[in-house]
Design a protein around this ligand. Structure first.
Ligand code: S3P
Length: 436
């Protein structure tokens, strides 16, 4: 089904969700596969690539930079990497924060100018977090008050030692990628375990990268070798199906081929601590990442506390965690999650506002929230705010609300999970996509 810009999802209370399915390819890995493949000397082959709003924007960007890409069907690519050449116009990363921040690190080291831009939503997101360290490296980047569009001019970069103030994989990646084009070593120290896909993929491609706990040291000089990889399923997409199955009585679903990288599995740890019936079986390695099967059965959950390193290991999963804990017995408190305020939307404020429309009682705090459950939800009309994780979380809430729920502006689910509604329907949910 083609999702047009005005698509809305209409959700009725769900029968048990049952069956086995796969989730689309990992978004973080799919961005990196095309961006790093563009730099590699030779042909990279990528199977199971995520063809979604965000990642297609990164793909169009490398094509605009002169990189030839052959598509074999929707999910398999051959990337003819090597050298980048000037693009005819601005590179439009649309809603993709990962795309613009990682590409900024790459473009800072090129011998020609470029302009990186995106949607109104992307223009609102903070870029100072990459502009500060890239500036220390000597990058010549002009922004609109630390926001996109970014005008990047050629400059000789130098390696730096950077202590990241926030645990952000996008910042870490932008600095390491710029480090590929710098004179001297680049050292990045992160305050917590941000996802490590860049380190794994660059090392696999032959970069001189050493890792010691939270410190990564990159020495430039080694030409990147092409990748040959199958992208595993995205844990952050699996999260919506996992919570849906936990909440809908009688459910029993199995998800195969999911990326189980420890920097991405914080939600599983939290849900297991809440009493969830989840079985994880590791089946092998794909693209240097552990992959496996996740079986989820309906469970009665109890409240919990989340803070510290767990926050970064599940940073994209808080919208759907909010839905889960509404049904849990007892109080859940989340702290140290202020990063949620600078995602596609302010996810703390937006989820609180939208769930309240279903009758939820939530205390929003500066850096998290407090919810006491179990609470009954009532179907209502809510908004997806052009934020894929908000829209999908509200669809899952609709599965367990009494009566009908309508999620407006839900097409954005396709930024990371094309076919989300169809996947839920294949498991037994009553979700319809219609034009607004
Ligand atoms: C991502 C890093 C995270 C995450 C985003 C994807 C990545 O952002 O929220 O969805 O692929 O590097 P931050 O680096 O801003 O935490």
């Amino acid at each position: 089904m083609v999702e047009t810009p005005k698509d809305k999802f209409v959700i009725n209370p769900s029968a048990a969700l049952c069956g086995t399915t796969k989730v689309p390819g990992d978004k973080s890995l799919s961005h990196r596969a095309v961006l790093f493949g563009a730099l590699a000397q030779g042909e990279s082959r990528v199977r199971g690539w995520l063809a979604a709003g965000d990642t297609e924007a990164s793909l169009r960007a490398i094509q605009a930079l002169g990189v030839q890409v052959e598509r074999h069907g929707t999910h398999d690519l051959t990337i003819h990497g090597g050298t980048l050449s000037p693009a005819a116009g601005a590179l439009d990363l649309v809603n993709a924060g990962t795309g613009i921040r990682l590409l900024a690190g790459i473009m800072a080291g090129q011998p020609f100018s470029s302009v990186l831009d995106g949607s109104e939503q992307l223009r609102r997101r903070p870029m100072k977090r990459i502009l500060a360290p890239l500036g220390m490296m000597g990058a010549d980047i002009h922004s609109v008050d630390n926001h996109a569009p970014l005008l990047i001019r050629p400059a000789q970069l130098r390696g730096i030692q950077y202590d990241m103030p926030v645990a952000s994989a996008q910042v870490k990646s932008a600095v390491l990628l710029a480090g590929l084009f710098a004179k001297g070593a680049t050292t990045v120290t992160q305050p917590g375990p941000a996802r490590d896909h860049t380190e794994r993929m660059l090392a696999a491609m032959g970069a001189d990268l050493s890792l010691n706990g939270n410190v990564a040291v990159l020495n430039p000089g080694n030409a990147l070798q092409p990748v040959d990889m199958t992208v595993p399923g995205d844990m952050s997409s699996a999260a919506f199906l996992i919570v849906a199955a936990l909440l809908v009585p009688g459910s029993d679903i199995t998800l195969t081929g999911v990326n189980l990288n420890d920097t991405r599995t914080g939600l599983l740890d939290v849900l297991l601590g809440m009493g969830a019936d989840i079985t994880v079986t590791e089946t092998g390695l794909e693209a240097g990442e552990p992959v496996g099967t996740i079986r989820v059965r309906h469970s009665v959950l109890k409240g919990t506390e989340v803070g510290g390193d767990l926050v970064v290991r599940m940073i994209d999963e808080f919208p759907i965690l909010m839905v889960a804990v509404l049904t849990a017995d007892g109080t859940t408190t989340v702290r140290e999650a202020e990063e949620l305020r600078v995602k596609e939307t302010d996810r703390l404020a937006v989820m609180t506002a939208e769930l309240r429309k279903l009758g939820a009682e939530i205390t929003e705090t500066k850096d998290g929230f407090r919810i006491t459950g179990p609470q009954d939800l009532m179907g209502a009309t809510v908004d997806g705010h052009d934020d894929h994780r908000i829209a999908m979380s509200m669809v899952v809430a609709g599965l367990v609300a009494e009566g009908r729920t309508t999620v407006l502006d839900a097409r954005c689910a396709g930024d990371s999970f094309p076919g989300f509604a169809e996947t839920l329907v294949s498991l037994g949910a009553d979700v319809r996509v219609s034009e607004m």
